[in-house]
Design a protein around this ligand. Structure first.
Ligand SMILES: C[S@@+](CC[C@H](N)C(=O)[O-])C[C@H]1O[C@@H](n2cnc3c(N)ncnc32)[C@H](O)[C@@H]1O
Ligand code: SF4
Length: 292
């Protein structure tokens, strides 16, 4: 059996993947907005437990095409451990096409390009990375632990290793005051990284986090749906992506958009301009339907 510990989070695109908790929690666990692993103490799972779960999955589930390694920054585990896990997955599931995991900037900083290349050869071919913002003050306020230049540096280590990146930007993270600069700088950082996938999420204050505490004190300057659309317009307008799949389909978003860049950039901007010109006709997702 697979006994998951605590609440499990996975990217929307891993909905059909086998999820294995290679690690529990997040080794950094400090970002002001993130409540996901606050109740967990970080640890790497014993290999024997994981091998038993892989064996169980091979006996009880249908063909496995994709595996997602949870929790919050599984890439931080030693590369020998991750390599052994990837070997076991490939040996057990003949239909396996991809192994992926979350990779925090801290995990990317400690993994060498050679380690990531070796793991890529063993099947770990995609990381999810929360860029969140390209603006240094916003990154500092979020306590992300890196500035924009460091974010670019570590993300490009993954590219040098041939690993695909799926990245996230947090709309609204700079409040009203920094909204425009947050969008412009985030586009600059995304352009410097050229991720294969780019998603936006709307920053959502959650109880039990520093951001949630700030909200309770009335200190969070939350953007309304029109302001979020203007910020997204500024972001997309600044993107110079060579081949990036863009989505704002995460449940936190107020507008659901998708396209391939650069091909669909003009159409995405047209939809956003239309939204901004006629907000009353726009199909904003109501607050009660949104979530994390
Ligand atoms: C489980 S985290 C893993 C990311 C990875 N550890 C990293 O730091 O790159 C996935 C993403 O969920 C998003 N997220 C987490 N808490 C959020 C919140 N309160 N509001 C909006 N998005 C949130 C952030 O974009 C974050 O990068
Ligand atoms: S966003 Fe990522 S690095 Fe930051 S606390 Fe959440 S899981 Fe950890």
């Amino acid at each position: 059996m697979i006994a998951y510990e605590g609440t499990l989070f996975r990217p929307p695109s891993e909905a059909n993947s086998l999820i294995l908790q290679a690690t529990i929690g997040c080794s950094y666990n400090q970002c002001t907005f993130c409540a996901m692993y606050r109740d967990k103490r970080f640890r790497v799972r014993p290999m024997a437990e994981l091998l038993a779960e892989i064996e169980w999955a091979s006996q009880n589930l249908g063909p496995v095409h994709k595996v997602f390694l949870a929790d919050g920054d599984a890439l931080v585990a030693k590369s020998r451990f991750l390599g052994e896990l990837c070997d076991a997955l490939r040996a057990t599931f003949p239909d396996l096409r991809r192994i992926s995991c979350y990779a925090s900037p801290q995990a990317l900083a400690i993994r060498s390009v050679d380690e990531m290349s070796l793991l890529r050869e063993k099947g770990l071919t995609q990381y999810y990375l929360g860029i969140e913002s390209g603006h240094d003050q916003v990154l500092l306020d979020l306590d992300k632990g890196v500035d924009a230049e460091e974010m670019i540096r570590v993300a490009n280590k993954a590219h040098d290793a041939g690993v695909a990146l799926s990245t996230m930007i947090l709309l609204g993270a700079g409040g009203r005051e920094l909204s425009q600069k947050h969008a412009v700088e985030s586009a600059r950082v995304v352009n410097a990284i050229q991720p294969k996938f780019l998603s936006t999420l709307v920053m959502t204050p959650v109880e039990g986090t520093p951001l949630g505490d700030q909200e309770a004190r009335g200190e969070v300057d939350e953007l309304n749906p029109v302001e979020l659309a203007a910020e997204l317009r500024e972001l997309i307008g600044g993107l110079e992506c060579e081949a990036t799949i863009f989505r704002s389909n995460h449940a936190s978003n107020t507008l659901t958009l998708a396209g391939v860049l650069p091909k669909d950039k003009r159409e995405l901007l047209r939809v956003l301009d239309e939204t901004l010109a006629h907000p009353s006709r726009a199909r904003f997702v109501p607050r009660w339907q949104r979530g994390l």
